[in-house]
Design a protein around this ligand. Sequence first.
Ligand code: ADP
Length: 404
Amino acid sequence: MDTILVVNAGSSSVKFQIFSVEGEGKLRRLIKGQMDGIGSRPRLRASGADNDALADRVYPIEAVPDLPAAMGIAGGWLRDELRISPVAVGHRVVHGGPDFDRPVLIDHGVVARLERFVALAPLHQPHNLAPIRSLLANFPALPQVACFDTAFHRTHDAVADYYAIPHQLHAEGVRRYGFHGLSYEYVAKTLPQVAPEIAKGRVIVAHLGSGASMCALKGGRSTESTMGFTALDGLPMGTRPGQIDPGVVLYLISEKGMSASKAQNFLYRDCGLKGLSGISNDMRELETSEDPKAKLAVEYFVYRIGLNAGMLAAALQGLDAFVFTAGIGENSVRIRARIAEQLRWLGVTLDEAENSRHARLISRSDSRIPVYVIPTDEELMIAQHTLSLLVNRPSSNVRHVRVS
Ligand code: ADP
């Protein structure tokens, strides 16, 4: 059985999934797992296709000091105990910089180019690259593919790609990239099966998870995003502020004496729903809290989504549908209802019953703008890209699958 390993590495955890390659290029998810607590309380957990537990193990801190060690243990477990040796590995890489507008087969040259983008995503890119480097060193013949969060947005026109700053900075890479691209790509690929006519039109997709952004799709292509140079911009998130006057950052530095790295930590970890509520970054907790600060945080989240939807509708010059996805978008009946209220002026009327039962179409039949919930699947997207690049390699030995 041919299998593909999908890796999503962060600062203290590595998430992985195994897909089997079936006939006609179809993929079936076999295993989901993660090693978290790297460098603190390492723990390997994994479950099978039916959510059945396959592993739950803790390790001494010295055994898993860093990401390559975590990959080594997870890989060893897959290989030695489950007898799984993947034919290829697909990695989520946050930044593809200005050049990569699609996934790419990894070699040493690609790694060197991706290292140049560490400065553009210092909290994510080094962690994404660490397992790539260690697999390249230990299994040089194993094909690896990098799939970027930025690539799907490289279709933006110049007006959506530039900041109003001197050109030299744009040439250096200071651009409005946009992120969550693998999620938007998955939604854009799924939409034609859900609503074929609408998929050809103007759609706003709201990816509302612990990171949150929105994307304007025209005919399935990204034309605008609420995120920009980094994943800090746009909507308020669990711990990031979203759009903020750069003057606030200057104030933090000049008046509060923050160093650049302190300000960075503050903006990535202490703001957003967590900072505003002073309680939690988890929407579930805020939704049930009676604390006025929690209520304000939720109200701010909903309000900013409404404002940004107006902006994206202007970018699209109209709107044919609105789509919710990711943790909050897929699961919170109340937040979806409140956002729909904000979008009423655009022609949105929610069907309460359909919203409550998490239907795929949650707007009323007389709503001018249909509203959908499409659960995202970034890992499947990565596995599909990996398989596609693997099959199309000149030296491919995966011959019995065809991927369109
Ligand atoms: P990530 O960006 O980490 O992949 P997810 O898309 O998994 O995030 O979303 C995680 C977030 O979704 C959680 O922080 C939580 O706030 C939110 N969430 C999950 N389930 C619910 C729910 N039933 N109601 C409200 N919020 C939820």
